[in-house]
Design a protein around this ligand. Structure first.
Ligand SMILES: [Zn+2]
Length: 129
């Protein structure tokens, strides 16, 4: 496997921590990035929205064309695109992981949380192997 996939926030502070974490965690050279402002808000609020469809379509390119077997969904502290409390973001993360896993059953889906120091915690797993 050469690629894994991230559904990450567009926030510049979280790009390198997530990419570095995933490259090391899965020993892969490349991380395909699908970005939104607060992706877990988009995915958890409306599974039928055009924004959700766009995220899923782009994940599908990574899974289908790059043979990615891992999709990591990210939520983080101080998210400008999702100004709700951390507990709510974690609930949204859980819903988002389930949605991605349901749409891409052959993949392992992770829910990652980045705290205010940009440390990465792996909170959730679904699917895979
Ligand atoms: Zn954000």
């Amino acid at each position: 496997m050469h690629f894994v996939t991230t559904v990450n926030c567009m926030d510049g502070r979280v790009q390198l921590p997530v990419i570095n974490y995933l490259r090391e965690r899965f020993d892969v050279p490349y991380v395909d990035s699908v970005t939104e402002a607060g992706p877990v808000r988009v995915l958890a609020e409306n599974a039928e929205s055009p924004e959700t469809a766009s995220i899923l379509r782009r994940v599908g390119v990574s899974v289908g064309q790059h043979d990615s077997k891992v999709v990591a969904v990210i939520a983080h502290a101080d998210c400008a695109g999702n100004s709700v409390d951390d507990a709510t973001q974690r609930d949204q993360l859980r819903t988002s992981v389930a949605l991605i896993a349901a749409n891409y059953p052959g993949t392992r889906v992770l829910g990652l949380w980045l705290d205010a120091e940009w440390a990465v915690s792996e909170l959730l797993h679904a699917g895979g192997e």
